[in-house]
Design a protein around this ligand. Structure first.
Ligand SMILES: Cc1ncc(COP(=O)(O)O)c(C=O)c1O
Length: 375
């Protein structure tokens, strides 16, 4: 007999991650492929993290510390100027899981989450799977979060106000002034969740660090990840900083061992390797300057980015982004089409090493030249 699945689950289109290198090489019979599709760290893992993992392998027959005591202390030390207590730190299998648990633990199907349209996809997928309504605020004309639009949409049902700063896939950000305006207009019964997955890459002086605002708004949650500047996407580790009360609620809902032994050890070592993060950020800065200059030369529209990726307009109408993606795949470059984000003729490129950026640019320029879209 066919299993009956709830309508709200049936309606979900599953998240499609960037294609793994192995799949592309298997399908196309090519090698030396470069993945610039999932905003990972092109430097590879930190050698210090690799060593810590090797040293810890002898413990993997045991369950990890379910409370992640040492990892949480390492996070508290990293954020020492905020004087956090351990109950205010939540960790998870990627920040994705932290966000998932927080949404399910704090919002019911009778309430509402306010989030921007064309923001990172999980803010629509997680509520959909829990039958929680989402109130979408369209982006501004210049592809930024519309903070005034957020304020206008707050209503009696609003329970969570979710923000992604900088946003994926646009790379755009809202300012300190805009954030302060929003916080002063959010009722106290709501939680404000700020996703700062790309925090380490931010270089705009007027971009707020949400941690600085916890004193102004009690129910503020800040989520960060080890997947980007710390180079640990494959380990799956992220964290949320919140109140004791919300932390306690998080612990009721999470599964007992939601971060693995190796992920915990890797996270501690990654926080200690500050030089790796500095090099990652510097590499990213060089890469984005390269793409800015080349896109200007080719007269392509792009969105200046505060993340480790860049959105660029490639034209070609409805299927333009997908066609470009397919063409670049033939050259062994995996980028991300973003039609599912409402950008059908744009692509998102994760910034790589200088030689990868160069290879990607050459492939893109050749393609656009063939299509007659650049002079
Ligand atoms: C804005 C944003 N938030 C959260 C995540 C999830 O990251 P992870 O689950 O790897 O920590 C991503 C991943 O790309 C992201 O772009």
């Amino acid at each position: 007999m066919t299993v009956k699945v709830a309508d709200y689950i049936e309606r979900i289109t599953p998240y499609r991650p960037g294609k793994p290198i192995s799949e592309v090489e298997r399908e196309l019979g090519i090698y030396d492929t470069v993945k610039m599709a999932s905003n990972e760290n092109p430097l590879g893992p930190s050698p210090k993290v690799m060593q810590a993992i090797k040293d810890d392998l002898k413990y993997i027959h045991l369950y990890p510390d379910g409370m992640a005591y040492y990892l949480k202390h390492a996070i508290m030390k990293h954020l020492a100027r905020y004087h956090l207590s351990i109950d205010e730190v939540c960790v998870g299998n990627g920040s994705n899981e932290v966000i998932d648990i927080l949404i399910r633990a704090l919002v019911t199907p009778h309430e509402e989450i306010l989030v921007s349209a064309q923001a990172f996809m999980i803010y629509e997928l997680i509520p959909a799977a829990a039958n929680i309504p989402v109130n979408l605020v369209p982006l501004t004309k210049d592809h930024r979060f519309d903070i005034e639009g957020y304020i206008e949409r707050i209503n009696d049902k609003t329970k969570m106000v979710a923000l992604v700063n900088p946003n994926n896939p646009t790379g755009t950000y809202y300012t300190k002034k805009e954030f302060e305006n929003l916080l002063s207009n959010v009722p106290e019964r709501c939680v404000v969740l700020v996703d700062e997955a790309y925090h380490e890459y931010v270089d705009a002086p007027d971009c707020p660090n949400a941690m600085d605002y916890r004193k102004d708004f009690e129910n503020l949650i800040v989520c960060r990840t080890f997947s980007k500047a710390y180079g640990l996407s494959g380990m799956r580790l992220g964290y949320g900083i919140t109140t004791k009360r919300i932390g306690e609620t998080f612990r009721k809902v999470r599964e007992p061992f939601n971060t693995s032994e190796l992920a915990q050890v890797a996270g501690i070592a990654a926080l200690e390797d500050e030089d790796y993060v500095r090099r990652s950020v510097e590499m990213n800065r060089i890469g984005k300057e390269f793409f800015y200059a080349e896109f200007r030369r080719l007269e392509l529209s792009f969105l200046p980015t505060q993340g480790n990726f860049i959105l660029v307009h490639v034209g070609g109408g409805e299927g333009g982004g997908i066609d470009c993606y397919k063409a670049l795949l033939q050259d062994g470059i995996i980028i991300r089409p973003v039609s599912n984000y409402g950008f059908p003729d744009w692509i998102r490129i994760s910034i790589g090493l200088p030689e990868q950026n160069q290879r990607c640019l050459v492939a893109l320029e050749n393609y656009l030249r063939k299509e007659g879209r650049v002079r």
